[in-house]
Ligand binder design. Sequence first.
Ligand code: PHE
Length: 442
Amino acid sequence: MKEREKWSSGIGFILAAAGSAVGLGNLWKFPYIVGKNGGGAFVLIYLAFLFTIGLSVILGEMVIGRATQKNVYGAYRSVSPKFAKVGTLGIITGFLIICFYSAVGGWTVRYMLAYLTTGVSGDPALYFSQFTASPWQSIGCQILFLLITAFIVYRGIAHGIEKASKLMMPMLFVILLVLVVRSLTLPNAMEGVRFFLKPDFSKVTSHTVVAALGQAFFSLSVGMGTLITYGSYIDKKENLQKTAFYVPLLDSIVAMLGGFAILPAVFSFGFAPTEGPSLTFITLPAVFESMPFGRVFGILFFILLFFAAVTSAISMYEVIIAYLVEEKKISRKKAVIGLTCVIALFAAPCALSQGILADFKLFGKTVFDLFDFTASNILMPVGGILMCIFIGYIWKPKNAVEEIRNQGKFSFPLKGIWTFVIKYAAPIAIVVVLLSATGIVK
Ligand code: PHE
């Protein structure tokens, strides 16, 4: 049998995992959520969650992957056949996320190309609605995005995912820094900084706390086996504690820089801050239009967004591909081609949700919103809880700790705290997020 692929280096894994974590969540959601929820006060709560519960769960996923050296389904099944279903759940979650994520990925491709060629001029809101109203354009761009993602995944772990992440993540960082400098040197930039960071503890309610935790989970890509899959390619010699730490670190740095790159510019030109598609595809193009050399910054921004989206999309893909290759014994090439066709089919209604399918609602939501809600607000938290139960009560923390310590080679000083978080704190906290995100508890 062919030897299982591995990351060529520890840094390869770190950049790929950070690439998965750094995505649209950081750039179009985080700055706004912070501004709305008490600025610096929210950031403190968010960072506290990221480095306690978030980090523990990341380490949990990674250790399952590295110990079993299997895809998400195989990893759970090898310890407990009953828990194989948790793997299946992860695969379904990944599938739903890639469907709506690729719709937005397609928009980033479209805007990147537009800024590189003709520029985006005229009324940005009209520009966006005209583009999304055209089924061929939305689906065409989505397919282009999927093909780029598929190609990287097809090339494999070291030559595809790792190489792409090693190229795109440093560039993403540099571009982001350029944008931060530009944004912070604009007139009245401080107003945006104030909106972003001025601590306002009076805005901190239970809702804020839950929002911080929910954002932390989505942003770290945990709960669907991304890091089980990526972790399964980590060399047995690596120190998991060290590598795990970089993921929330890089993720939070990019989220903060995203806030500094976006909000000061928005305020400087007198626009109101928003989130999601309207921030990225309407407000920011309007900002670039008002700015000297705005086109250049538009190009940079959409390249940034595209890199962030692709490096996340490949991680969703790989979860499913690893399963198809290892469990279904399909060749990587066939698996990638087949999966891309199936995704394209289910993803198309997501791309059309802003256009011709805007009024087509299931459970009161467009297909895009339904996939997003189900995967991000229900399935990812459920997957996270089950992962903690799996380590805490099925596989047992003692086995996980052995793997983290590389059979005694490293010390694991936080062993007690980690075990406590995995067994109690994390599952309880995620249950709270889940109840609140689904509207069961307000
Ligand atoms: N973490 C990514 C973001 O912030 C989203 C993501 C979720 C990626 C699940 C992979 C898996 O945009």
